[in-house]
Design a protein around this ligand. Structure first.
Ligand code: 3PG
Length: 209
């Protein structure tokens, strides 16, 4: 069991944050929180990522905060030490699945192909990220996965935004959708926190439960 679906079932839209600083991360998390969303994935692609996870957890105790772009044992440990409530990976291997299950946190492994999904299924998992969703066949691919792996539910990310969110979220084998479009880069650059809240509100209106 991954445990991730149960964790985020009340807040199935997952904004993806790549923070440049802790201060910026707090401002963005506040903007997301003001929209009513209660989950956020901080990707560990910048030096500020781990400290941002810790700070968001401290400032917003009612939010679910996890680390993404986790690829190895050290990074799983870093995510745990930062206080992540879940871990997301862009890909998977037997080794990485082992580190994730040892971590005893809800997690979501990245998959893009039927072979990836089989690896997850063989490890006893029923939830996976589908990434990069639009580049890897999008909605059509997820429909095919549904026929082959009816027991697996997905959180697609990558290339999703307001124009296609409804198509992905309407699929019966999609339980959540993630992406950076809810934290628009131009708003971040301009310090337009209200613009981020607005983007998150629009996304909630497009999401089909
Ligand atoms: C991810 O880590 O899932 C992706 O970076 C999200 O892709 P997006 O920026 O197209 O939403």
């Amino acid at each position: 069991m991954n445990g991730f679906r149960a964790l985020i079932q009340g807040t199935p839209l997952l904004p993806i944050l790549q923070p440049e600083s802790v201060e910026q991360a707090i401002n963005i998390a506040r903007a997301v929180h003001n929209s009513g969303l209660r989950s956020i994935e901080v990707v560990r692609r910048t030096p500020a990522a781990a400290a941002a996870v810790t700070a968001i957890r401290e400032q917003f105790p009612d939010m679910l905060v996890g680390m993404g772009t986790v690829l190895n044992a050290d990074q799983v440990q870093e995510a745990k030490d930062a206080g992540s409530q879940f871990i997301i990976t862009p890909t998977l291997s037997e080794k990485l699945l082992g580190y994730l299950s040892d971590a005893q946190l809800p997690f979501l492994p990245g998959t893009a192909t039927p072979s990836d999904i089989l690896l997850a299924v063989e490890a006893g998992l029923t939830e996976a990220k589908f990434f990069p969703a639009t580049l890897c066949g999008g909605v059509g691919m997820l429909k095919n996965f549904g026929a082959i792996f009816p027991q697996v539910s997905f959180c697609p990310t990558g290339g999703i935004a307001d124009h296609n969110l409804h198509e992905f979220s309407a699929l019966p084998n999609v339980f959540a959708v993630g992406g950076s479009w809810m934290i628009p880069k131009d708003c971040v650059k301009a310090g337009n926190w209200q613009g981020i809240t607005d983007a998150c509100v629009v996304a909630q209106g497009q999401f089909i439960e």
